[in-house]
Design a protein around this ligand. Structure first.
Ligand code: COA
Ligand code: MG
Length: 343
């Protein structure tokens, strides 16, 4: 059975920035977002791919903007034939930590990417920008897979177990060599537009036509201990009420983040995927009272008339951990509820 994910990864909003737009690449430096994904795939026309690779490479070679926690690159799919050229450029950057992979239909898509990463790193030559590739390029790279076809949904168990998951509990036999850091799979993303095309689905505001696919994704991510489950894009980017409802719908289904296409969507999405105030208060009360219960040897106790035991306490700890990652002042809450006693 999978253990409870204890990850430091927080990707409430994943904002795509078209890689061919210098203006948007510049703009992304001034934004506040958990994860910015510079895009080489669908927002870049075929004739602009080479130019976009260079612009993105330049963007990730710059120091990390203070408001952005993670910078990723969405490359083109393995099946497009463009992934190798994308990787050849972006893997040269010592700052690259995360790749978003479109159209992951089979485990072999992930094997192709990990083989290219291993090869690039073992053959990297010193350059002016990166004089010591052996140390800078040994940093781990995490992958996030876009699930956007029927085939991908049916292959989820094989995809999720194709390479080690992130955080990887121990050195893995999948690791290409015992000395290198393994490339890990860190999450799944549901992509509604390509999925609808594949299945001839007509999307409605209820999103009910995606129920099976979205549930399959959150279930697989949990079963294989992948920290990120990132929901569909809300294309109605001028309508915050629609966005909020969609994000809440995703949260209720077990997603912990959502793709964004416009900076105006980020705050709403990050708000929805942060723990709610009442949730945090409950979690802190449980953690405080559980420490006292444990001291007196009680594994099961009550709070507000409801039984609390190990799984409930673990869920509460998870909420507290997430609140800390979201920058919420958990210490103040602990102080406020320091007198909580197990009943
Ligand atoms: N990343 C960074 N900056 C963005 C941005 C993004 N995704 N989307 C918009 N901006 C910037 C604009 O450049 C503009 O900046 P400025 O004030 O400095 O000129 C500002 O935010 C306001 O933009 P706005 O005029 O409201 O939007 P737009 O009409 O220029 O663009 C979209 C609308 C949808 C075309 C644009 O948001 C976009 O291309 N989004 C990403 C699409 C994408 O990546 N698709 C593939 C993944 S699904
Ligand atoms: Mg797509």
């Amino acid at each position: 059975m999978a253990t409870t994910a204890t990850s430091n990864i927080l990707r409430r909003a994943l904002l795509y920035v078209p890689g061919s737009s210098q203006r948007m690449l510049d703009k992304s430096r001034s934004l506040t977002a958990d994860c910015v994904a510079y895009d080489l795939e669908d927002s870049v026309t075929p004739t602009k791919k080479a130019e976009a690779r260079a612009l993105i490479r330049n963007a990730i070679d710059q120091p990390q903007p203070s408001g952005v926690k993670e910078r990723a690159v969405r490359i083109n799919s393995v099946s497009s034939g463009l992934a190798l050229a994308d990787l050849t450029e972006v893997l040269q950057s010592p700052n690259l930590t995360t790749l978003v992979l479109p159209k992951v239909d089979t485990p072999s898509d992930l094997h192709f990417i990990t083989d290219v990463i291993t090869h690039t790193r073992t053959t990297a030559k010193p350059t002016h920008a990166n004089p010591d590739p052996s140390t800078t390029l040994s940093r781990p790279i995490t992958l996030i897979a876009l699930v956007e076809s029927a085939k991908s949904i049916l292959n989820l168990p094989q995809i999720c177990s194709a390479i080690p998951s992130d955080p990887s509990p121990s050195p893995s036999p999948f690791s290409p060599s015992s000395t290198s850091t393994p490339t890990t799979l860190s999450g799944l993303i549901f992509a509604a537009a390509d999925f609808s095309r594949d299945l001839s689905i007509t999307q409605t505001p209820s999103l009910s036509e995606f129920l099976y696919a979205r549930s399959a994704i959150t279930t697989a991510a949990r079963a294989y201990n992948l920290p990120s489950t990132i929901d569909l894009v809300c294309t109605d980017f001028k309508n915050p009420a629609v966005l909020e409802e969609e994000a809440l719908n995703g949260k209720r289904m077990g997603f912990n983040g959502k793709q964004c296409i416009h900076p105006s969507q980020v705050e709403t999405v990050q708000g929805v995927f942060s723990p709610e105030e009442k949730e945090m208060e409950w979690a802190v009360r449980v953690v405080v009272a559980d420490a006292k219960a444990a001291e007196s040897g009680r594994g099961a106790w009550a709070l507000d008339g409801l039984m609390i035991d190990v799984p409930v306490v673990e869920r509460a700890r998870g909420i507290v951990r997430r609140a800390e990652l979201c920058g919420i002042d958990v210490a103040a809450l602990r102080e406020r509820f320091g007198g909580e006693e197990p009943q």
